[in-house]
Design a protein around this ligand. Structure first.
Ligand SMILES: [Zn+2]
Ligand SMILES: [Zn+2]
Length: 294
């Protein structure tokens, strides 16, 4: 029994590679949450390949960080270049407790960037707001955070609902009870059971599913994404995401979290501050007095 349990924890994640690579594959496979299926033939195959040719589906990463996060060093300009290089049509910048990086990236490439924020709630559950105009402060209750996201027309996204070192069930329940979309593949959730539990919980609750890279460094961009019908506004996204297919190409090594922690400690030690929180003195010099960035 113990061996079975270990196998269940370490077994493969639910979303094998496919999607974009299907163009090249000899036998195309369609990624559908929970597995892959051969591309349809006949009349349905015609529609399927027309869809690829016309490009009505877009490739979107809904969870990514820049140096405006406490544990990332990625400049928004490099972030944008890497995301375009990875073939993404859209990517959400979801820095911890700020939208400054998302707004900076959006100014560089507005058609690529979705302005988002990953918020630390009072319950210590992470919640992401997508399509935001105003930052939401950390430390509010989950329900209030969800309310503030919706007040500004945003979408509530539950990131890595089970990937917490403890109280995973509680965190998942809190986030999923208010979520519009559930992240069922997070490329940094290194224990496959975390993503599998998210997928089965989302499916049992009838919630739309998505995948995100949760990238903090350049090489992580493109590790996971979501394919869904093209959208512009938040309302269009809400409709499109109902038929989204999460695609997880690779899970990062667990040691990536050690690197993030080292960056976080290094930035704290060096007194690095969030760029927009830097204070400029009368002579135009930047003061190091501003609070440490999150
Ligand atoms: Zn998180
Ligand atoms: Zn994150």
């Amino acid at each position: 029994m113990a061996a079975l349990e270990v196998a269940r924890w370490l077994g493969p994640a639910p979303f094998p590679p496919s999607a974009v690579d299907r163009h090249k594959a000899r036998t195309p496979q369609i990624p559908i949450a929970g597995g892959t299926f051969p591309a349809p033939s006949g009349i349905w195959g015609t529609f399927y390949y027309m869809d690829i040719a016309v490009g009505t589906n877009v490739k979107v990463d809904l969870h990514a960080h820049t140096r405006y996060s406490r544990d990332s060093t990625l400049m928004p300009r490099e972030f944008v270049a890497r995301a375009r290089g990875a073939g993404l049509d859209r990517i959400a910048v979801t820095d911890h407790n700020t939208i400054d990086g998302a707004q900076e990236a959006s100014a560089i490439d507005p058609s690529l960037i979705i302005v988002g924020e990953e918020i630390d709630t009072r319950e210590r559950t992470h919640l992401i707001g997508l399509f935001l105009h105003q930052a939401i402060p950390r430390g509010l209750r989950v329900r209030e955070v969800a309310g503030r996201i919706r007040e500004q027309g945003g979408v509530v996204y539950a990131p890595h609902p089970f990937a917490y070192p403890w109280a995973a069930e509680r965190h998942a329940l809190e986030a999923m009870s208010v979520a519009d979309v559930v992240e069922v593949f997070n490329a940094r959730a290194f224990l496959p059971i975390w993503n599998r539990r998210a997928f089965s919980a989302a499916r049992s609750m009838g919630l739309p599913v998505a995948a995100g890279s949760d990238s903090h460094f350049a090489h992580e961009i493109g590790a996971a994404w979501t394919e869904l019908p093209a959208f512009g506004s938040a309302d269009e996204f809400r409709r499109s995401v109902a038929s989204a297919a999460p695609v997880g190409l690779r899970t990062q090594t667990p040691f990536i979290h050690c690197v993030s922690l080292a960056v976080q400690m290094g930035k704290a030690f060096a007194g690095v501050v969030s760029p927009k929180r830097q204070v400029t003195d009368r002579d135009g010099r930047q003061s190091p007095l501003a609070e440490a960035g999150q």
